[in-house]
Structure formats: C-alpha cells, structure tokens
Design a protein around this ligand. Structure first.
Ligand code: NAD
Length: 484
C-alpha cells in the first residue's frame, strides 16, 4: 500500500482528522489493479458534523475575514502546493493512473487556481443602479454560506482547485465530498490548506461513497449551495436533492465533444491536437474531443495523419510516463469494451490504434488509443460518453451538415473548430450548442481563467475563471432612501 500519512485515513472536520463512523474503504491502483490505500468511509453523521463546523466557521471566523485576508491565505496555499509539487504529482499519478507529466501539469494548475482565486478575492465588486430620485441602490455580492462540493476521480486535484478556490475566495466555507475511486491528493491538499493558515472549519473533507456521504452532502438542509462535478445520472440525483431544499446547484457533467475539421484547416496541427486531447487522461476527461467530424474531401488526409500519430502511441503505467495511462478501474474498462463490442456488431471498424506496453502489469486497466468509424450516428458509441481513449470519425459535406452533426448529441460541453476561413470561424461558434468553442486549438480540461460548463446534458452553471467565483456568490439589493 502507498505510504501516506495514517491521519489521512480519516475525515477532516473542524481542523482535525478523525475516524469516520463507518470505518474505512480501500482504493485501487489503476496501473496494477492492486490495493493502493485506505480512505475514510464517511457517512451521514460525519457530514452533519462537517456542516456544523462549516456553519460555525462561516458565522464566527471566515465570514468576518476581509477579502484581502482571504486572498492572501489562498495565495500562500498556492505557493505551498508548489513547494510540494513533485510529491503531489506522484500521488495523483499513482491514484488516478495518469502519466506523470499530466499529473505534474494538474498540480501546476491546482496551484494556479489558488493563485488566481487568491488574487481575485478582493476584486469582486458590486454595482449601483440608477433608480428613483432620492434613492441609492447598491447590489452587493455575498457568499452563500456553506457550500457542498461533490467531485469526481478523473481530475481530483484540479477540480479541488477550481471548486475550493472559487468557493473560499468568495467567502464561503466548504464541505467537500471527493470521489471514492481517487482522492489521496485531495486529502494531502487538505492537510496543506490547514498548514497554509486556512482556519479550522473553513474546509471540511468527508471522503466516502456517493450513495452515502455524497447523498448526505447533497441533501443536508443546512448546505446553502451545491457544486457537483460528475456523471449526468448522479447530477440528476444531486439536482433533485437541491430542489427539495431550494438551494442553487452548479452541475458540471459529462460530454461528447466534437472536433469539427474543415478541409481548409491546418490538418497537421489539427491531428496533433485532436490526438493529444483524447489521449489525455486516457480519454477520461469530461471535455475530451471524442467525435472527429471531418469534411468529406479532407477525410483521407486527416485519417492518414491521425493514423501516423496514433499507431505510435504507447499505453502503460503512469509512473513510466507513457502517452496514455490505464483506465481508472476494471468496471470502466469492461463498460468501454462492451460498448465497443456492440459498436463492432453495428458495423464499427478500427482505422488506427496504438498499443499497450509489453511490460504493462496484467492487473492494470489498459485500453490502447484508437480511431473508429462506421457506427450509425444514433449508436451509443456515437452518442454516449465512452470515457476511454477512443475517437469516433464521421464526415460532413457543408457547414449546415457540420453544425447539425456537432449538435447531434444530448451533451453540449466543448467544440473544437478547425478552419482557416475567417467568416466560418466567427459565424459558426454561435450556432454550436456547447459551453466552450476552441477555434484552431483545443484545451481538454484546461484554462484556469476560462469560464467552463455545459449546455443540455452537460449541465448548467459555470466554474473556473472569474465567472466561476461569481457562481459561489448570491446578490443582495440594498435600497437607501435619502430624500434628495
Ligand atoms: P460520478 O457521478 O459517479 O461521481 C462523481 C461524484 O459524485 C463522486 O464523488 C461520487 O461519490 C458522487 N456521487 C455519486 N452518486 C451520488 C449521488 N447520488 N449523490 C451525491 N453524490 C453522488 O462520476 P465519476 O464517475 O466520478 O466521474 C466521471 C463523470 O464526471 C463523467 O461523466 C465526466 O464527464 C464527469 N466530469 C465532468 C467534469 C466537468 O467539469 N463538466 C469534469 C470531470 C468529470
């Protein structure tokens, strides 16, 4: 088992670690399939204690801090993350399976979130509104109070950064339920947050299962705001729990994002970026550009380029820093393989494929990156989130067909648009039903400064960037009557 502090086997409430009422869970190392660590199995009572602690801290401590004081401590936390960068990256690599270089990038981004939100904390201004004579109207931004954050396993550290960073900078206190599959880095970051000077009760962390600790956070009546990042199914359950308590919720859900490639694009650049964006985190990225939609006249030229890159890709343990790591667990691998099998029965063929390193451990969950085609457009391989390193290829013949194809999923997270035509690059983004459009570039999961979130089944609300911090605030309108 991994050498992490015994203390991290608990829940973190009111500034200290304690055993969870329901004991412990084990987590698995994706590279080998072996047990990696023990984490707490938090439940309703732990969440209740965490919410009380967060409420107290909001009412009596953090809630009274000035914005500049909050910003300073978050900025200090950012530098502490940088001090521990390599150890955090190695933990993230072992826990999620992602290649070490990607894990290092994730920790850099995590530190950057706290740097960004630390700097932004005292720039959150209100407004005045011209109203009746003799009155002055001020609209002030205020924190909600206690924020419940529920996060997934694919980017544990980065999503910790964007949610905790935004929520704390805006003046809230937090109860965080990280994912049971991978949360070791989150636990270590929690320890560092305390070391950085974030006071007891401001950040409480309750690891555990979705249907236990997750449900308890989502349904707790004293939580004022929820942020959920994860699957659409669990997102629906969280939104229903939020509705029952009449609290706002941000839903950051899945995607089936399109890479729309026109014949006039720089195909060399497009192919490089498209492959990188699907291989990143073994395709287990909400914003992975998993559908390649190419203008028919450029199909062969693009496929040749994708083939050349993909056939050289190697999948293996994250610590060996291959191009692609394993999937998170056996269940994800079986789910993906079953979907691909059903795709084959429906006419799918493989156009290009990488390979698994010969010395990759047998128990690891490796799937080589691949480019497939031939599935009917309404097949699950074409429409559902596969969450693996698989690109699905389709062709179109004109702009209208391209837009229709790009929009033909229930999701709406990101679109990549590859064209050198100035008119098209300006005209098309407005017609694409997704929360982000990248023109001649693509940032799967990237962009600390860029508001991020979806349309349709990809969710609603925005995190990241300045908008992300605003998502953790409510507005209060104050009207002063002064007679003149
Ligand atoms: P998941 O929905 O299974 O779990 C996410 C979190 O929710 C975990 O902490 C889990 O324990 C908890 N949970 C599960 N059921 C719950 C319930 N009923 N009530 C409360 N909490 C519950 O998702 P996952 O498998 O961990 O992550 C993969 C999914 O997350 C993919 O669909 C991916 O696209 C999505 N995702 C989205 C973004 C984004 O920013 N849009 C980012 C990363 C991942």
């Amino acid at each position: 088992m991994m050498e992490i502090s015994k203390l991290l086997e608990g829940v973190f409430i009111d500034g200290s670690w304690r055993a969870a009422e329901a004991g412990l869970l084990t987590t698995e190392e994706p590279a080998t399939g072996r047990v990696l660590a023990r984490i707490a199995r938090g439940g309703e009572a732990d969440v209740a204690a965490a919410v009380s602690s967060a409420r107290r801290a909001f009412d009596q401590d953090w809630g009274q801090w000035t914005a500049v004081e909050r910003g300073r401590v978050l900025t200090h936390f950012a530098s502490l993350i940088q001090t521990h960068h390599e150890a955090l990256a190695r933990t993230e690599c072992a826990d999620t399976g992602k290649p070490l270089t990607q894990a290092r990038n994730d920790i850099t981004a995590t530190a950057r979130y706290f740097e960004y939100y630390g700097g932004a904390a005292d720039k959150l201004h209100g407004e005045t509104i011209p109203y009746q004579s003799g009155t002055t109207v001020v609209v002030q931004r205020e924190p909600f109070g206690v924020c419940g954050l529920i996060t997934p396993w694919n980017y544990p550290a980065q999503i910790f950064g964007r949610t905790v960073g935004g929520a704390l900078a805006a003046g809230n206190t937090v109860v965080l339920k990280p994912a049971e599959e991978a949360c070791l880095t989150v636990l270590r970051l929690t320890e560092l947050a305390a070391e950085a000077g974030i006071p007891p009760g401001v950040l409480n962390v309750v690891p555990g299962l979705g249907h236990e600790a997750g449900v308890a956070v989502a349904s707790h009546p004293d939580v004022d705001h929820l942020s959920f990042t994860g699957s659409p199914v669990a997102g629906t359950a969280v939104a229903q729990a939020a509705a029952a308590n009449h609290v706002p919720v941000t839903l950051e859900l899945g995607g089936k994002s399109a890479q729309l490639v026109f014949a006039d694009a720089d195909l060399d650049m497009a192919a490089e970026v498209i492959v990188r964006a699907i291989v990143q985190n073994a395709g287990q990225t909400c914003s992975a550009g998993s559908r390649v939609l190419v203008e028919a006249s450029a199909r062969d030229a693009l496929v040749a380029r994708l083939d050349r890159i993909m056939s050289g890709l190697v999948c293996g343990p994250g610590i060996d820093d291959h191009d692609c790591g394993p999937l998170i667990n056996a269940a994800q691998k079986t789910r993906l393989e079953n979907m691909l099998e059903r795709g084959r029965s429906a006419g799918m063929s493989v156009l290009a494929q990488g390979h698994v390193a010969p010395d990759a451990p047998d128990g690891g969950h490796y799937v080589p990156p691949m480019l497939v085609t031939g599935v009917p457009p309404d097949h699950e391989v074409a429409r559902e989130e596969l969450f693996g390193p698989v690109l699905t290829l389709f062709t179109f013949t004109d702009d209208q067909a391209a837009v229709e194809l790009a929009n033909a999923t229930d999701y709406g997270l990101v679109t990549g648009l590859w064209t050198q035509d100035a008119y098209r690059s300006i005209a098309l983004p407005g017609r694409l039903r997704s929360g982000q459009v990248f023109v001649n570039n693509y940032g799967a999961g990237g962009g600390v400064e860029l508001p991020f979130g979806g349309m349709k089944r990809s969710g609603y609300g925005r995190e990241k960037g300045f908008e992300g911090m605003k998502s953790f605030t409510t507005m209060k309108t104050v009207t002063f009557s002064h007679g003149q």
